[in-house]
Design a binder for this molecule. Structure first.
Ligand SMILES: *[C@@H]1O[C@H](CO)[C@@H](O)[C@H](O)[C@H]1NC(C)=O
Ligand SMILES: *[C@@H]1O[C@H](CO)[C@@H](O)[C@H](O)[C@H]1NC(C)=O
Ligand SMILES: *[C@@H]1O[C@H](CO)[C@@H](O)[C@H](O)[C@H]1NC(C)=O
Ligand SMILES: *[C@@H]1O[C@H](CO)[C@@H](O)[C@H](O)[C@H]1NC(C)=O
Ligand SMILES: *[C@@H]1O[C@H](CO)[C@@H](O)[C@H](O)[C@H]1NC(C)=O
Ligand SMILES: *[C@@H]1O[C@H](CO)[C@@H](O)[C@H](O)[C@H]1NC(C)=O
Ligand SMILES: *[C@@H]1O[C@H](CO)[C@@H](O)[C@H](O)[C@H]1NC(C)=O
Ligand SMILES: *[C@@H]1O[C@H](CO)[C@@H](O)[C@H](O)[C@H]1NC(C)=O
Ligand SMILES: *[C@@H]1O[C@H](CO)[C@@H](O)[C@H](O)[C@H]1NC(C)=O
Ligand SMILES: *[C@@H]1O[C@H](CO)[C@@H](O)[C@H](O)[C@H]1NC(C)=O
Ligand SMILES: *[C@@H]1O[C@H](CO)[C@@H](O)[C@H](O)[C@H]1NC(C)=O
Ligand SMILES: *[C@@H]1O[C@H](CO)[C@@H](O)[C@H](O)[C@H]1NC(C)=O
Length: 702
C-alpha cells in the first residue's frame, strides 16, 4: 500500500507541476489532484486518508462533501478549527494540504466524497474520491438444502451466510476445483444450485468469499445418497445347477450410499438373517430349488429394489431310460416309445434318427410309418438330462422264420386237444391270424385262439376231425409277415429202435413221431415168451390175434420206455402202436431181440414153400434183372437213409411184412431171410429228429 501511495503521489506531483507551469505567467489558477487512486478501500476501524495536492493560490477554502452534503469546511492555513458536520466530528480530520483523514472509519462512512477548493477571484477546483469501507468477514456459514440429499432430479442448494463482511466476490469449489455455471451448476447470488445431483456430487464444497481487503473460505462435506443400484446376484460356487446335498451361498450385492440391507425371499419364506446379502444353503434339496428374490433397502432414503434369480437343483431320473416299440395298427405304423420318468427337471427325450425336431419330456412317443428301412434298424433314444446323458436302443423287426409246434393232449372230457403254436420273434410282437383251408378260424367250440394269438387249440373226439385239414398261421407286424402251413397226420411212428443192456436183461425202446402226427398215446407190444409179472396181471388181451401182447401203455409225450426182466437166452419181438385216443395208427416196424432161434417159423415156412417157390423165384429173378436194367438208367432214384450201426447190429426181421413190402423194401439179390438187412421203413419219410445214443455194446449177434 505504501509503495502504491508513493507512486500515486509521484504521479500527482508530476501532474501538479506540469499544471502549474502551463498556467503560470498568465493568471493564477487553482488546481487540485488526488494523490493515488480515487477509489479508496478501507477496513472498518482503521484510519484512512483521502490525499490531495493543490496549487495555484495560497490558502484556499476547502470543502469536503459526502455526496451533496458538505461535511467539512476549512480555510487552509487558518488557525481556526475546521467546521465539521455533526456525526463526523470525531471522525474527520483535515491536513494542512487539504487531505481528509478518517479516524476509525465506519461502514456508514463509505460513499462518494468530493473536495472543492475555492478562493475569491479564482475558479473553483475539485476532485472526487470513492471510499469503501469493509469489515472483516465473520461467522461465514455454508448450509445445504434439503436435508436429505439423494441422487435424482431434485436439485439441492448450497447457501452461505455471513454475519459481517461485505462480499465483493464469491467463488465455489468442489473438491478443490472451481465450479462454473453449467447445465449441472447454477451459481446464484448467495448460493450454488446443483441440478440433477448424483453420487459424483459427493465431496467437499467450498465457497470462497472475497472483498478487496479480506478473503474467507467455508466448507461443507456433502454426501449424495444413492442406491440400491442394480443388484448383482450370484450363487457360490457358481454352477449351472446343483444336486441334492450340495452346499452353496446365495450372494446379493448392490451399490448404494449407505450400503443397502438385503433380505432374501423364497416363496413364503424370508431370510432376514442373511448377513451382507449372503444366504447359506447347506444340503440343498429339490424342494429348495426355485426363484429366490433379493430385496434391498437403502435404510436412509428408503429406496427399495429387488431382483430374482433361479436356483436350479436337479436330480436325474432313477434307473435308465426304457425304449419300446408298438404297432399303432397292424398294417400301418410303428409307435416308438421312450420313457425315463421322474427326475427334476424331466429328461428331454428324442429319437434323432426318426425325427430331428420333435422331442418330449419324461415320456415320449413317436409314430412313424413302418418303412422297410426300419426293419432291424437299431433306433436310439437320446435322453438328455442336465445331470446325466443317457440313451436306450430299440430295434423293430419283422417276424423271422419259424417252425410251428404241434402238441397233443386229452382233456378232461376225453377230447383230443391239438395245440398249434406259431411263435416268431418280432418287434413289435407279431399278431398271428389263423385259417383253416381258406377260411379264417374264429374262436368257438372246436377252435380256441389264445389271447396272444400265437396258439390255436383244436378239440375233437375223432382224429379224423384233425387230419385232412390244412391249417395255416400268419404271423404279422407292421414290418412284415410269415406264413406257415400245418397239415396234421394220423397217428404214426417215424423211427423205432431198441437198445439192450450188456446182459440182455433190459431193453430200452425208443421211437419218434412225425411232427405233425396226432398221437395221444402208445401201446408197447411184445411177442414171444411171457415176461415176469405179465401173466399175473392177465392183461393179454390186445394183439392176441397176431401173437402180440400189450405190455405197456405210454402217454403221447413218451418217446422211450424200458422193458425189464428179460431172459437173455430167449428171443422177443417188439413193436409200438401209436394211438390217437381210440384210433390206432400203423404199428411201427418190428425189432427182434435175443439169440438166433435156429430156424424161425417163417424160415421153416420158407423151406416148406421152397420147391414151389423156387420156380416163382426164378420168374421173379427174371423180372428183377429186367427191372434192374431199367432202374440203372434212373440214377436219380432217391438214396436210402444210411443204416445206422446201432440198427445194423440189431437183427431185424420183416417177416410180418407182405411180400409187396419186401419187394419194395429191399430190391436186392437173393433174399437171405436170416441176414436180410432192411432200411427203415419207407413210411417214415419224415426225418427222424431223435438220434439214439450209440449203444455201448452190440446186443445179440449169433
Ligand atoms: C488513528 O488516529 C488516532 C489519532 O490520530 C490514533 O490515536 C490511532 O492510534 C490511529 N489508529 C490507527 C489504527 O493507526
Ligand atoms: C459514487 O459515484 C459513482 C460514479 O462516480 C456512482 O456510480 C455511485 O453510485 C456513487 N455512490 C454513491 C453512494 O452515491
Ligand atoms: C460418476 O463418475 C464416473 C467416473 O467419472 C462415471 O463413470 C459415472 O458415470 C458417473 N456417475 C454418474 C451417475 O454420473
Ligand atoms: C470428492 O472428494 C471426496 C472425498 O475425498 C471423494 O470421495 C469423491 O470421490 C471426490 N469426488 C470427485 C468427483 O472427485
Ligand atoms: C455362510 O457360509 C460362509 C462360509 O461358507 C460363512 O463364512 C458365513 O458366515 C455364512 N453365513 C451365514 C449367514 O451363515
Ligand atoms: C387301423 O387300420 C384300419 C385299416 O387298416 C383302420 O380302419 C383303423 O381305423 C386303424 N386303426 C387305428 C387306431 O389307426
Ligand atoms: C418336424 O419337421 C417335419 C419335416 O421335417 C415337419 O413336417 C413337422 O411339422 C415338424 N414338426 C414340428 C413339431 O415342428
Ligand atoms: C406316457 O405317455 C403315454 C401316452 O403317450 C401314456 O399312456 C403313458 O401312461 C405315459 N407314461 C407315463 C409314465 O407318464
Ligand atoms: C445302442 O446302439 C449303438 C449302436 O447302434 C451302440 O453303440 C450302443 O452301445 C447301444 N447302446 C445300448 C445302451 O445298448
Ligand atoms: C371218426 O370219423 C370217421 C369219419 O368221420 C368215422 O367213420 C368214424 O366212425 C369216427 N369214429 C369215431 C370213434 O367216432
Ligand atoms: C395189471 O392189471 C391191472 C388191472 O387188471 C392194472 O390196474 C395194473 O396197472 C396192471 N399192471 C401192470 C404192471 O400192467
Ligand atoms: C442161459 O443159458 C446158459 C447156457 O446155455 C445158462 O448157463 C444160463 O444160466 C441161462 N440163463 C438163464 C437166465 O437161464
Amino acid at each position: 500500500m505504501a509503495s502504491l501511495d508513493q507512486s500515486g503521489r509521484l504521479t500527482a506531483v508530476f501532474l501538479f507541476v506540469s499544471l502549474s507551469v502551463s498556467f503560470q505567467g498568465a493568471h493564477c489558477q487553482l488546481v487540485v489532484a488526488p494523490v493515488g487512486p480515487t477509489l479508496v478501500n478501507a477496513r472498518a476501524g482503521s484510519n484512512v486518508t483521502l490525499a490531495v495536492l493543490f496549487g495555484g493560490a495560497p490558502d484556499p477554502v476547502v470543502t469536503w462533501s459526502k455526496g451533496a452534503l458538505p461535511v467539512l469546511t476549512w480555510t487552509i492555513g487558518s488557525s481556526a478549527a475546521a467546521d465539521v458536520a455533526e456525526g463526523f466530528k470525531d471522525v474527520l480530520e483535515i491536513g494542512t494540504d487539504g487531505s481528509l483523514t478518517f479516524v476509525n472509519v465506519l461502514l456508514d462512512h463509505a460513499g462518494n466524497y468530493t473536495m472543492e477548493l475555492t478562493k475569491s477571484g479564482l475558479s473553483q477546483a475539485d476532485t472526487a474520491f470513492t471510499l469503501k469501507v469493509f469489515e472483516n468477514f465473520q461467522n461465514v456459514e455454508l448450509t445445504v438444502q434439503p436435508d436429505l440429499l439423494k441422487e435424482g432430479i431434485d436439485p439441492f442448494l448450497l447457501q452461505y451466510s455471513v454475519l459481517r463482511g461485505e462480499v465483493e466476490q464469491q467463488r465455489w469449489l468442489f473438491n478443490g476445483t472451481e465450479i462454473k455455471t453449467s447445465s449441472h451448476y447454477t451459481v446464484k447470488d448467495r448460493s450454488l444450485e446443483i441440478l440433477n445431483p448424483n453420487r459424483n456430487d459427493t465431496g467437499r464444497y467450498t465457497v470462497v468469499l472475497t472483498n478487496p481487503l479480506s478473503r474467507v473460505e467455508a466448507h461443507q462435506d456433502i454426501t449424495v445418497l444413492y442406491g440400491p443400484d442394480e443388484p448383482r446376484l450370484e450363487a457360490r460356487p457358481a454352477k449351472p445347477f446343483y444336486i441334492p446335498g450340495d452346499s452353496l451361498s446365495l450372494v446379493c450385492q448392490a451399490g448404494g450410499s449407505p450400503l443397502p440391507t438385503a433380505v432374501w425371499v423364497f416363496g413364503d419364506l424370508t431370510f432376514p438373517d442373511s448377513q451382507d446379502g449372503v444366504l447359506n444353503r447347506t444340503n440343498v434339496q429339490i424342494s429348495q430349488g426355485g426363484v429366490y428374490t433379493c430385496k434391498l433397502t437403502n435404510q436412509q432414503t428408503k429406496e427399495q429394489r429387488q431382483k430374482s434369480m433361479t436356483l436350479n437343483v436337479y436330480e436325474k431320473p432313477s434307473g435308465d431310460p426304457i425304449c419300446s416299440v408298438q404297432s399303432v395298427n397292424v398294417t400301418a405304423a410303428l409307435l416308438y416309445h421312450c420313457q425315463w420318468p421322474g427326475g427334476t427337471p424331466l429328461a428331454q427325450l428324442s429319437f434323432p434318427e426318426l425325427s430331428s425336431n420333435s422331442s418330449g419330456a419324461g415320456n415320449f412317443s413317436l409314430t412313424v410309418t413302418a418303412l422297410a428301412n426300419l426293419d432291424f434298424k437299431t433306433v436310439t433314444c437320446m435322453a438328455a438330462h442336465p445331470v446325466e446323458q443317457n440313451k436306450c436302443n430299440i430295434t423293430a423287426s419283422r417276424p423271422v422264420e419259424f417252425l410251428p409246434a404241434v402238441r397233443m393232449s386229452v382233456d378232461s372230457l376225453g377230447k383230443i386237444v391239438v395245440s398249434l403254436q406259431c411263435v416268431s420273434d418280432a418287434s413289435p410282437q407279431a399278431v398271428v391270424s389263423w385259417s383253416k383251408g381258406s377260411e379264417a378260424v374264429a374262436n368257438g367250440a372246436t377252435h380256441e385262439i389264445s389271447s396272444d394269438t400265437t396258439q390255436l387249440q383244436i378239440r375233437g373226439y375223432n382224429v379224423s376231425d384233425f387230419v385232412q385239414q390244412k391249417y395255416s398261421c400268419t404271423s404279422r407286424n407292421p414290418l412284415g409277415s410269415q406264413r406257415r402251413e400245418i397239415q396234421l397226420q394220423g397217428p404214426s411212428i417215424s423211427a423205432f429202435s431198441l437198445f439192450p443192456n450188456p446182459e440182455g436183461t433190459v431193453v430200452t425202446l425208443t421211437w419218434e413221431v412225425p411232427p405233425t402226427s396226432v398221437v395221444t398215446g402208445f401201446d408197447i407190444q411184445v411177442k414171444g415168451p411171457s415176461l415176469p409179472g405179465e401173466k399175473r396181471n392177465g392183461t393179454e388181451s390186445r394183439g392176441a390175434s397176431d401173437g402180440y401182447r400189450t405190455i405197456q401203455q405210454k402217454p403221447g409225450s413218451a418217446r422211450s420206455t424200458d422193458v425189464l426182466a428179460l431172459d437173455p437166452n430167449l428171443s422177443y419181438r417188439f413193436r409200438v402202436i401209436p394211438r390217437a385216443r381210440t384210433t390206432e395208427g400203423q404199428p411201427s416196424e418190428v425189432r427182434r431181440l435175443g439169440p438166433d432161434e435156429g430156424l424161425s417159423g417163417p424160415a421153416i415156412a420158407g423151406i416148406a414153400a421152397g420147391i414151389p417157390c423156387s420156380l416163382l423165384f426164378l420168374v421173379l429173378m427174371g423180372g428183377f434183372i429186367y427191372l434192374c436194367v431199367n432202374c440203372n438208367k434212373d440214377k436219380s432214384r432217391p438214396a436210402r437213409y444210411p443204416v445206422s450201426r446201432a440198427v445194423e447190429k440189431v437183427i431185424t426181421t420183416q417177416s410180418e411184412m407182405t411180400p409187396h413190402h419186401l419187394l419194395a423194401g429191399g430190391l436186392k439179390s437173393p433174399p437171405d431171410y436170416n441176414k436180410l438187412q432192411q432200411a427203415p421203413s419207407e413210411r417214415s419219410v419224415a426225418l427222424p429228429t431223435f438220434v439214439p445214443p450209440p449203444p455201448v455194446r452190440v446186443a445179440t449177434i449169433v
